[in-house]
Structures are given as C-alpha cells and as structure tokens.
Design a binder for this molecule. Structure first.
Ligand code: COA
Length: 323
C-alpha cells in the first residue's frame, strides 16, 4: 500500500495528475505464422496479409502467466515495488477460470496484497481499465496496475477461416500513478457500448469465438470514428494535436478506414498487429510498449488510446504523457 490513507477519498475535481509511469509486455514463445495455417486451412499468406495486415500471432502460455510477466516488466520500468501498488485491474476476455477472476492469482504471483479484479469489456478492456484507474486516483489511491492479457488460443478455432487467422495471445501492463498537477493528465475519455450487437462476436461457455466479420468490420470503423471524435471534442483537440494514436490491433484495414474520416495518419499510429495478430485486451498496451521502446513517445506528447470490441464496446482516452 503506497500510503495508509489510500482509501480516504479526496475531494472530487482536484487537480490530480495522471501518469503512465511504466509499461511492460509479454508474448508467448510459440509463433503461428500465416504459412503454418495453410497446412490445415484453405488460405494463403498473401490473402491474410492483404485482408488483415497480420503475418503471425503467438500461441501458448496462460493469461495469468503472461500478465505476471508483463506486470513485472512494468513495475521495473516504473521503478516501483509490488508493495507500492494499491489496486490491480486485469482486462481480459480469456481468464484462466470462469471463477475466480485471474487478477488475484496475478497479484499473488507479484506479491501484491491489494484489491485485484478482472474487467471484461473485450478488446476495449484495457482502455476501460485506464479510465477506472483515473477514478481510483481521484478516490485516493496512488498507484494502480492496469493489465490487458489474453490467451485467446483457448477460445479460437484455428481451423476456422474467419477467426483462426486473426487471434493470438499476449499481455501488456501499465503502472498508472498520480502525477504533479498540470504535468501528466487524462485529458478526456469516452466509454460506450451497444448491446444490440452482442451476437456479431461472442463465445459461449466451453465454446470458441463466433464472428460476423463483415458486420464487426462495419461497426468497428463507425464506433472508432465516433469515440475518437467524442474524446477530441471533450478535450478541445483536433487530429493535428494528437502526437500518437494507439488503436486496438484487429485489422489494419479497419484502422485505415476509420482514419480517413478522422484525419489521422498511419505515421502517427502505433501498430504491432503484423506480428501479434488480434490480442484483444492486450493489443493496445502491447502497441504502447512497442512505441515507447521505439522512442516514439516523449514528455508532453498527446497520446490517444482507441479501442473497440465484442459487446460492442468501445473506449477512447487522451493522455498528456509525462516522463
Ligand atoms: N483465406 C482465404 N480466403 C478467405 C478467407 C481466408 N482466411 N476467409 C474468407 N475467404 C474468402 C471467402 O470465401 C470469400 O471468397 P469469395 O469471394 O470467392 O466468396 C472472400 O475471401 C471474401 O470473404 P469475406 O468473408 O467477405 O472476407 P472479408 O473481406 O470480410 O474478410 C475478415 C474477412 C474476417 C478478415 C474481415 O471480415 C475482418 O477482419 N472483420 C473484422 C474482424 C475483427 O476485427 N474482429 C475482431 C474485433 S475485436
């Protein structure tokens, strides 16, 4: 626990800064390439690359194991100890068990004796977690671990041409902490859902992902455009003000289509999709980790996180980055 008063609410509306102090990522070792899939599926590497932008994905590992690995790297990156964490939020669609949540086991592995819960908002989950973390900072906490992790190979049929080409495993984690007021900041956010589209992407208990790919594509482009616009409007920003967009990595054509109306460029977009496939809740923190390591984010930069997923859910958040 960072302070004895971590649970004492602060007055709302105070100028509490928001900083992503450390990030980490983990991918399982086993690579499943497009070429591998052609051994048992009527598809080609060329088709998958052209229609999705994906070249390979990772399989194996577990949601708790990948979470723990990514979180350890995030804690080290932030220079903090397990005892400094006030809360663990684990966004996942593929928990180790239906019950209990995976977050308590991850907290145990990390040596964190704080609250820990899973958050299920599909591929939007990590951005939902980021916004929840900001709320917890306002409630008096100092430092929150927000993880997005998946072992989607457990709910993916790699013989299905519609879904088997897309999904993979991975985890990304971020340590979110209070910053000096006026330094790092969560400038705006937008969370939404439309349960009328539950049926276009789902997995039943014991089943695998079922998807109406074309409808998901259409909805994804629409909600990304809407949510990004809502967050920019709330923050009084335009596309030109955004230094880097980190979108959910589902299909590069979805991103390119959404960007047309939004006026974003691929140059200012963080992508890891080609080598990860769609890792649902892990995809945005995986791309964040990659962008950060590549030196693409500097102090004061305006960074937008933009996700969508089954539900349908969507989420965007704009952060003034603080080093
Ligand atoms: N390999 C080769 N050919 C394939 C194929 C595959 N894996 N899947 C479909 N095809 C063929 C179809 O049979 C069809 O052939 P036809 O024209 O002779 O009938 C053609 O390619 C087009 O199929 P279609 O299903 O219309 O493909 P698509 O362009 O919609 O692409 C997806 C399919 C799944 C790649 C695409 O719909 C998609 O990415 N949707 C969004 C999914 C998503 O992002 N989900 C996660 C959300 S978080």
């Amino acid at each position: 626990m960072a302070t004895d008063t971590a649970n004492a609410p602060r007055p709302m509306g105070g100028p509490w800064g928001f900083k992503i102090a450390g990030v980490g990522a983990a991918l399982p070792e086993k690579i499943l390439t497009n070429e591998d899939l052609t051994a048992w599926m009527d598809t080609t590497d060329e088709w998958i690359r052209e229609r999705t932008g994906i070249e390979e994905r990772r399989i194996g590992g577990s949601t708790s194991g990948l979470s723990t690995e990514a979180a350890q790297l995030a804690l080290a990156d932030a220079g903090v100890e397990a005892s400094d964490i006030d809360q663990v939020i684990l966004a996942t669609t593929s928990p180790d068990h239906i019950c209990p949540g995976t977050a308590p086991a991850v907290a145990r592995e990390l040596g964190i004796l704080a609250g820990a819960f899973d958050l299920q908002a599909a591929c939007s989950g990590w951005v939902y977690g980021l916004v929840m973390a900001n709320g917890l900072l306002l409630q008096g906490m100092d430092r929150i671990l927000v993880i997005g992790a998946e072992s989607l190979d457990r709910i993916t049929d790699y013989h299905d041409r519609g879904t088997g080409i897309l999904f993979g495993n991975g985890a990304g984690a971020a340590v979110v902490e209070r910053a000096e007021p006026g330094h790092g900041e969560l400038l705006s956010w937008d969370l939404g859902s439309n349960g009328n589209y539950v049926h276009i992407l789902y997995a039943d208990h014991g089943g695998v992902l079922q998807m109406d790919g074309k409808e998901v594509f259409r909805q994804a482009v629409t909600v990304m455009q809407r949510s990004a616009t809502a967050s920019m409007d709330k923050a009084g920003l335009t596309a030109d003000d955004i230094d880097l967009v980190i979108p959910h990595q589902a299909n590069v054509r979805i991103v390119e289509s959404a960007w047309k109306k939004l006026g974003f460029s691929m140059d200012k977009t963080a992508m890891v999709l080609a080598r990860t496939g769609n890792t649902s809740a892990a995809s945005i923190p995986l791309a964040l980790d990659d962008a950060r390591r590549a030196g693409r984010i500097s102090d004061g930069d305006i960074v937008m996180f933009l996700g969508f997923g089954a539900g349908m859910t969507w989420a965007s958040a704009i952060v003034r980055w603080a080093e």
